[in-house]
Ligand binder design. Structure first.
Ligand code: CO
Length: 132
């Protein structure tokens, strides 16, 4: 496993993109709408891992609710795995609460699933697997 990306929830995606372009001194590498989640994502390449900015596209998006409740900031850490189904079965067996019955289509051509923050010391963990 390695950290594939960290997800940061933002209020205003356009302004956050400018901020991270300045911090990293490199342009946003990809923007992608995840309509099922009512979220627009913007990726920055930072070596082996990426930064994923998450902006809500609708007021009832999970990201809008998150920002409203907790404010902007670190939303999740994503670990790349080789076999997401096997990892989810393993972690279910260890008693972790998996938030998705089945892995779902996420941004960046990946299958993703989330593990409840209560089981991970307060951090929402995403497992992701690149699709062939
Ligand atoms: Co993510």
């Amino acid at each position: 496993m390695h950290i594939d990306h960290i997800g940061i929830a933002v209020k205003d995606l356009e302004s956050a993109i400018k901020t991270y372009e300045t911090i990293l001194n490199s342009p946003c590498s990809k923007r992608e709408l995840v309509s099922s989640e009512k979220v627009e994502t913007a990726f920055f390449n930072t070596g082996e891992s990426k930064v994923e900015l998450l902006g809500a596209t609708e007021p009832d998006s999970v990201i809008a609710k998150y920002v409203e409740k907790k404010g902007e900031g670190l939303h999740h850490v994503a670990f790349e795995v080789k076999d997401i189904h096997a990892e989810l079965d393993r972690l279910r067996g260890e008693g972790f609460t998996i938030l998705n019955e089945q892995p779902k289509q996420g941004a960046d051509n990946k299958l993703v699933a989330f593990i409840h923050p209560k089981d991970n010391n307060g951090v929402l963990v995403e497992l992701c697997q690149t699709q062939p």
